[in-house]
Design a protein. Structure first.
Length: 126
């Protein structure tokens, strides 16, 4: 499932903006993120503590369906979803700019499934 699909050079239309995409190569998993706690901490740095985001432009993960979360991670992993660069918004906000395509590219399928199951088991935020 977690195999990169080469994208044809072209344009992805997002609203009124177009972003060029080219073929991409497989990325090695991020060796810093080995435990579920490390992965959750990474996600919570943007999506909010416990996966509950206080920001309208960042979705909450808590309480979402595990299969839907897994599907979203896969679409980021294959660059089928738009991946805007962003700074972490919680915890150490001085960390480097990142985006969901790069983050998901550092995950194994088992790690992505563990994250999806973790957030699906949490109560949804208000």
């Amino acid at each position: 499932m977690f195999t990169r699909k080469p994208l044809l050079a072209g344009w992805l239309l997002i609203g009124a903006s177009a972003f060029p995409h080219a073929a991409i190569a497989d990325a090695a998993p991020d060796t810093r993120l080995t435990s579920l706690a490390d992965l959750v901490s990474e996600c919570d740095s943007c999506h909010g503590p416990g996966g509950v985001s206080p920001r309208a432009d960042v979705p909450s993960l808590a309480g979402q369906d595990a299969d839907e979360l897994m599907s979203a991670i896969e679409r980021f992993h294959t660059y089928e979803r738009h991946c805007p660069d962003t700074r972490p918004r919680h915890g150490d906000a001085d960390r480097p700019i990142l985006n969901m395509c790069e983050i998901s590219g550092g995950m194994t399928e088992a790690q992505a499934r563990a994250l999806a199951d973790h957030y699906a088991a949490l109560p949804p935020g208000s």
